[in-house]
Design a protein around this ligand. Structure first.
Ligand SMILES: [Mg+2]
Length: 159
């Protein structure tokens, strides 16, 4: 049986970094996002961040079952990249990690033309993934449903 590879977003799906970044930026309204990311301490941010709904445990379970899983995450700096690698590997997650630099779409890093699955909290990313042949699953911690995509709030359902 063909098993669709599953790509999992990092921010807002595995760790609650998305909302923390937004909160921290709100404290600094005068600087640009670019300046903000240039000075953001990702090691500290990831230390403080919480795992969303046991995501790490479910990824480890999927890994154990030899599921085709990869992490597909946007990054703004090399420090963010380093901190994310360390965090995932320290959690014993050893699946491939694909990084998406600024101004590049996830589909430019991996073209999902065999119906690969993307689990992401960003509808924009899911729409682009779908347009390029992939299958999008919307992750929303609070299970706010979206009309276009299946919505989940725990990775258990797919891994
Ligand atoms: Mg995200």
């Amino acid at each position: 049986m063909f098993e669709r590879p599953i790509f999992i977003d990092f921010d807002g799906v595995i760790f609650d970094t998305e909302k923390r970044v937004v909160q921290q930026k709100e404290q600094l309204p005068k600087i640009s996002w670019e300046e903000f990311f240039a000075t953001l301490d990702w090691f500290k941010l990831l230390e403080e961040s919480k795992v969303i709904n046991d995501a790490v445990d479910y990824i480890l379970e999927g890994q154990e079952k030899n599921k085709k899983i990869a992490i597909l995450t946007k990054i703004h700096t090399l420090l963010e990249m380093q901190a994310k690698v360390n965090k995932l590997r320290n959690c014993n997650i050893n699946v491939p990690i694909l990084f998406v630099p600024p101004h590049v779409k996830k589909t430019s890093i991996y073209l999902p033309n065999n119906g690969e699955i993307l689990i992401d909290d960003s509808i924009k990313n899911l729409k682009d993934w779908k347009e390029h042949g992939g299958v999008g699953i919307h992750f929303d911690e609070n299970l706010n449903f979206n009309s276009e995509f299946q919505t989940i709030n725990v990775l258990k359902k797919v891994l």
